[in-house]
Write a new protein. Structure first.
Ligand code: BTN
Length: 264
């Protein structure tokens, strides 16, 4: 398996024109432990940003909450590094802009992706992909952001996952032909998401993100109390309204305090 740079470049050039994106260097690897890890070493070597790295497979792909991300041939394993200036407590803004940017652009390609709080990409109630953000700070601000994305293209997926080839097989039509195009589309989604966030601000971006959330209105249980998801705060906490004997309490929960299942 190899990566045809020309196909990638054609798609990226097209999208860069539409979304007015800045140029970005793409580094391509056959097999490495992790694209997130690799991109940090390129940052340390003072490569100018933004920069992107993909690998055809990863041997130690990093998932959320310290999990490993299975990364066999056929999937998209991508990291994009950006220079940012964000207060430390606004790292959620990187999640929402990237998740929204990627989902928004995939929807334009007729793939009705939605989002599961905080950073899962969902298709037909299954996990199509995930995002892992890593940051480095300088004087109270986030200075470097690495946005790592794993997207299921043609790779085997776990029980609650879905890949694009099986989705298209059922739909009997395919809107993206090559992994190289999906790479260009995903990079463009990340760049456009961040650019758009800088233009419209965090409140409007949060509203955009919430429109794509499957989790809104979902029933949940917190400490044996039934509740309903009512929103997400600007800091990325999940808002849950608990109902108990007539009274209702509003809670804001961090990802460590609650994990949402997949909608049925
Ligand atoms: C999740 O657990 O949902 C997030 C998974 C993110 C995986 C991607 S694959 C490319 C990039 N490099 C990594 O090591 N992890 C991210």
């Amino acid at each position: 398996m190899s990566f045809n740079f020309k196909i990638y470049q054609q798609e990226f050039t097209k999208l860069a024109r539409v979304y007015q994106l800045e140029p970005i260097d793409l580094h391509i690897f056959e097999s490495i432990p992790s694209t997130n890890q690799k991109i940090w070493s390129l940052i340390d070597l003072e490569n100018p940003l933004p920069i992107a790295v993909i690998a055809l497979q990863q041997t130690a792909g990093k998932g959320q909450w310290g999990r490993t991300w299975q990364s066999s041939l056929g999937g998209l394993y991508l990291s994009v590094a950006l220079n940012v200036k964000l207060p430390l407590d606004e790292s959620f803004h990187l999640i929402m802009t990237s998740a929204w940017g990627i989902a928004n652009i995939l929807r334009i390609y007729n793939i009705p992706v939605s989002l599961k709080w905080p950073n899962d990409l969902i298709l037909e109630n299954r996990k199509l992909g995930g995002i892992k953000i890593e940051t480095r700070t300088r004087t109270e601000n986030i200075k470097y952001a690495v946005i790592g994305v794993g997207l299921n293209w043609n790779n085997p997926v776990p029980e609650l996952g879905i890949n694009l080839q099986s989705y298209w097989h059922k739909q009997q039509q395919q809107s993206i032909t090559y992994l190289e195009q999906l790479t260009a589309i995903t990079i463009s989604g990340i760049l456009f998401g961040y650019q758009h966030y800088l233009e419209i601000g965090s409140q409007k971006m949060l509203a955009n993100y919430k429109k794509l959330l499957t989790s809104m209105g979902q029933e949940v249980t917190v400490n044996n109390c039934p509740g309903i998801v009512t929103g997400v705060t600007d800091k990325g906490e999940l808002k849950v309204r608990l109902r108990s004997s007539g009274a209702s309490t509003e809670l804001s929960l961090s990802p460590g305090q609650i994990s949402l299942g997949y909608p049925q």
